[in-house]
Design a protein around this ligand. Structure first.
Ligand SMILES: Cc1ncc(C[n+]2csc(CCOP(=O)(O)OP(=O)(O)O)c2C)c(N)n1
Ligand code: SF4
Length: 286
């Protein structure tokens, strides 16, 4: 198999997304990023959760794992830990990533597992027909809140920054070139990288394209992404909604930490003679 495929779209499977769905723009931007980085398709795994966004893994010509609702991150962590040589991309909607799966985020951040997570946020549960989600604004009328949502919405970027995710960026499906640039940077980042992608649903339009277009603005030119306080301040802004790389720092990845543990354990045992066999270790628990 060739190692530099020019086109990463899986031609046999046409997306089932509604015409005009923001996810088409995201798919195009991600394809471009993969093309820029020349990621060998056979070295890549896309893991996705359940939802319209969760269909993403079907459409790229890579290995794919369409998991269960909210569990894409632990599955992807398992893939990356057993096969650190593979490039792992994770995709989920706002419900999948921040609702049912939200509890996994701080732990993936603590581990700094080397993968890229794309959160496709349309402020609603698209697949199940427009219920309110963790990012639906307060007061918004949805299928599950006919008199207006009685809850505050999550402020996604400040939460990711508080979790100390080592790379935090935002973009939108309206800007394909920006998706390509930001996702390329995220995938090159050694550690846990998250790109929050505002991707309007046209069928249940809680996040509206026009309103989004009017409010998005690139981060100020002088923004230095290793400054968490500055990143937080910009992340709290809702008008404008800034896009770009808010935060990026280097810290040891889970793989590096595990290798270090393994090497130091082996060193300890080799100083004492031969390492214990697995059956002898098991016997200690009988
Ligand atoms: C354990 C479990 N609970 C609920 C569902 C039903 N369900 C499927 S997708 C979904 C929400 C999807 O919303 P989101 O993650 O925001 O993705 P979108 O469809 O908007 O892209 C729900 C509640 C499920 N499949 N599994
Ligand atoms: S329901 Fe919304 S999110 Fe799902 S495919 Fe249609 S437009 Fe996209």
């Amino acid at each position: 198999m060739s190692t530099a495929l020019p086109n990463y779209r899986r031609k046999q499977i046409r997306p089932v997304w509604c015409s005009g769905c923001g996810n088409y723009g995201v798919l195009r931007g991600v394809e471009k990023a993969l093309g820029n980085l020349k990621v060998p398709a056979e070295q890549m795994v896309v893991v996705s959760g359940i939802g319209c966004a969760g269909r993403f893994s079907h459409y790229l010509n890579t290995y794919a794992l369409h998991g269960t609702h909210g569990r894409a991150l632990p599955i992807a962590t398992g893939v990356k830990t057993t096969r650190p040589d593979l490039t792992v991309l994770v995709v989920g909607g706002d419900g999948d990533s921040l609702g049912i799966g939200g509890g996994h985020l701080p732990h993936a951040a603590r581990k700094n597992v080397d993968l890229t997570y794309l959160i496709l946020d349309n402020n609603t549960y698209g697949l199940t027909k427009g219920q309110s989600s963790p990012t639906t604004p307060w007061g918004c009328v949805t299928k599950s809140s006919p008199y207006g949502s009685p809850e505050d919405s999550l402020d996604v970027l400040p939460i990711l920054l508080a979790y100390d995710v080592s790379f935090v960026a935002r973009t939108t499906s309206l800007r394909i070139e920006e998706i390509s640039a930001v996702v390329s940077k995220a995938m090159q980042h050694p550690g846990f990288s998250i790109v929050h992608i505002l991707s309007p649903c046209v069928t249940y339009p809680v996040l509206k394209q026009k309103a989004l277009r009017e409010r998005i603005e690139p981060l100020p030119e002088g923004h230095v992404p290793d400054n968490k306080a500055a990143a937080l301040q910009l992340a709290y802004s809702s008008d404008p909604i800034y896009t770009g790389v808010f935060y990026s720092i280097q810290k040891p990845t889970l793989d590096a930490r595990l290798r270090h543990l393994q090497e130091s354990a082996l060193e300890r045992y080799s100083a004492k003679g031969t390492p214990p066999s697995i059956p002898s270790l098991m016997e200690r628990f009988l």
